[in-house]
Each structure stands twice: as C-alpha cells, then as structure tokens.
Ligand binder design. Structure first.
Ligand SMILES: C[S@@+](CC[C@H](N)C(=O)[O-])C[C@H]1O[C@@H](n2cnc3c(N)ncnc32)[C@H](O)[C@@H]1O
Length: 336
C-alpha cells in the first residue's frame, strides 16, 4: 500500500536523459543550477527566458524534468480515468521546454488505437534544442516526430489541437499574459486541456483561477474536482497532490541526498470540451494522505454533494474498508 503514487520515468526517457546529460550534468554547486533554483524561487515572470543557454536547459532537464513528467502523467491518468476511449489525434504543449509533458502524453495514450502528433511551443531555443535531442531516444513515434517551435506565449492566438498541455508555465507569465494564454488555450482546445503547477499555495491560486476561466469558456472539469461549482478550498488551505519519483543514478549523482525517491507536489486541472468528450467527473476524490488507524481509514474527500468532508471507513464496511486501505492520495473514491 503506497500512500503517494509512484510515477517512474519510462525507460526510454531515463536513458535519453542519461545519454544526453551524463557527461555534462551539472552538480548543485554549479552556477547555472543555483541561478535556476533562485529564479524559480524568486519573482517571476521574467522579460526573457530563464533557460538562456544549453547549460541551463541541461540543468533544468536533469533537476526538474523527471518531476514535471510525473506531475503531468498523474494529471493525464486522472483525465483518462474519466474520458473513456477518447484519445487525441493532435497535441499542443505550451511552454513545453525540454518536453516533459510531450513524453507524458505519449505514455498516457500509449494504448490508443492511433498515434497522435505533438507540437511543442516555447521561447527558449536551448530548451527546445535539448528537447529535440532527447526525443530522438523515444520509443513513441509521437515524441520522435514532435515539432519544436520557438514562440512567445501570451496574447497570441494558438493553433487548435485535441489536447493542450500547459505544464509548470503559467507562473512564469504576467497576470495579463496568463489570463490571455488560458483563454487562448481554452479556445484552441478541441478536446481536453491539462494545466499543472507546483503544489504550493501560489500554484493552487493560479490553478483555481484557470479552472474558473475554463468553466466560463464552456469546458467541463473532469479532474481533480468532482464538480464545476465553486471550489470549496478556502483560507490557508490549498488543493494539491503528490507523485513519488524514484531517483535515477543520474539524479542521485547530481542531487546528492540519501532517499531513493522524491515526492513532487503539484496542483492541476484537467478539463474537456463536453461535445468532444462527453464525460463526467468522479463523485469524490481523496484530497489528503489517507490516515490508516487500527481497524479504520480516514479519507478526506472533495465530494460532488458535500464539498470537503471526512469519511470514516471501518472494518465493518467489508470490501469498502479494503478499498479504503488501498486508496492513495489523489484517487477517485466511490462509484459514479
Ligand atoms: C518550468 S519550465 C516547464 C517546462 C515544461 N513544460 C515542463 O513541464 O517541464 C517553464 C517553461 O515555460 C517557458 N516559458 C516561460 N515563459 C514563456 C513565454 N512568455 N513564452 C514562451 N515560453 C515561455 C520556459 O522557456 C520554460 O521552458
């Protein structure tokens, strides 16, 4: 029983990172890593790309890509859990950088009957260049054949696509560009849109704002929320989830530390255009670590009917109790 779901890197992406970065992988002490960490901690947006050169892109891919991959993969799995057989024919990755979301989409839809195409837009040429090199190692044709296009994001109209991903990007935009981008992405999405952000109060605030804009644009939220009504999370609380990312030897070599994994906390929203994806969200979602006590499990749920509530599932509930013991943070709960 694992309370934080594990999302390993696929072998081909792990090998791609090792192949492209093992000789050049920066250690934490190196200036570009420090600068990157500072930039991502500090006030964004910036007027120019944070990933300025090949060393920055390598540091980003080595330090962050496994975690952003895991976050987007988790959000896509939650989308797929509700979206039935729907699969995209075209995918657009906004601010796609080195391609984490593009790999995640290919993995999440690996069993779809037809391959999709992916297009990555970003204003950092070094990130796109590294993304393209990594993609050569991919088993999925969609990743190998992805288009990597340099483009600034913001007010510009976007090309239409069945699935649009916006992963760890909107925090780098000005508030005006952020709302413009979300509206443009909603308009351009023919099927589904997945937005992921860091699992912090600020990340959640951006996701909550994006969620409202997507609903106003006529999309239906499929995950994590069980409804399109007002979000019940208030005050100092924030809705976030976690993915456990096993550390590869490259990871350990650079990051040090003794734990064999790291937990990536993230917020997300996955929404669909109802005419294209006629689906409904789960009735409840587990929004905290389940607490397992002797003979009972406490599940903090966001529910369709009661907003936030705590369910107590005891041994007397039989199969439900066994299901509760297996439930992970972020899982759906209940039939419907
Ligand atoms: C934190 S990285 C995320 C990269 C990738 N989506 C991922 O999940 O790993 C943010 C990306 O957004 C891009 N970006 C930020 N602001 C942008 C802008 N105004 N126009 C285009 N790309 C932008 C950056 O260059 C960078 O690649």
């Amino acid at each position: 029983m694992g309370l934080v779901p594990t999302v390993p890197l696929p072998d081909d992406l792990r090998d791609a990172l090792t192949d492209q970065l093992h000789a050049t992988a920066p250690s934490r002490a190196q200036p570009q890593v420090e600068r990157l960490i500072e930039n991502y901690r500090g006030a964004t947006p910036t007027a120019a790309p944070i990933l300025r050169d090949a060393a920055d892109a390598a540091a980003y891919a080595a330090y962050r890509m496994p975690a952003t991959y895991a976050a987007v993969r988790s959000a896509l799995d939650a989308l797929r859990d509700r979206a039935g057989d729907w699969a995209p024919a075209t995918h657009l990755d906004l601010g796609g950088g080195t391609g984490a979301a593009t790999w995640a989409v290919a993995e999440a839809f690996a069993d779809a009957p037809a391959e999709h195409t992916s297009t990555v837009l970003d204003w950092s040429q070094p990130a796109l260049d590294l993304g393209r090199r990594l993609a050569r190692h991919a088993e999925a044709a969609a990743v190998r054949a992805a288009e990597w296009t340099r483009a600034p994001l913001g007010t510009a109209r976007l090309p239409e696509a069945d699935l649009i991903t916006v992963s760890y990007v909107i925090g780098e935009l000005t508030p005006a560009d952020r709302t413009a981008l979300i509206d443009a992405a909603a308009a351009a999405s023919r099927g589904a849109l997945v937005i992921a952000e860091p699992g912090t109060p600020d990340g959640f605030a951006r996701i909550a704002e994006a969620r409202e804009r997507l609903i106003a644009a006529g999309l239906t939220v499929l995950a994590p929320c069980p409804h399109d009504s007002a979000c019940p999370v208030a005050g100092a609380d924030w809705c976030h989830f976690a993915a456990r990312v096993p550390r590869t030897s490259l990871h350990r070599q650079m990051k040090g530390g003794t734990l064999p994994y790291e937990d990536e906390k993230f917020c997300y929203v996955a929404a669909v255009r109802p005419a294209a994806v006629p689906a409904a969200p789960a009735p409840n979602r587990v929004v905290r670590h389940p607490q397992i006590r002797k003979g009972l499990v406490l599940l903090d749920l966001c529910t369709r009917d009661e907003a936030l509530t705590r369910a107590t599932v005891t041994k007397r509930h039989g199969p439900l109790y066994r299901a509760a013991r297996d439930a992970d943070w972020g899982d759906e709960w209940g039939e419907g």
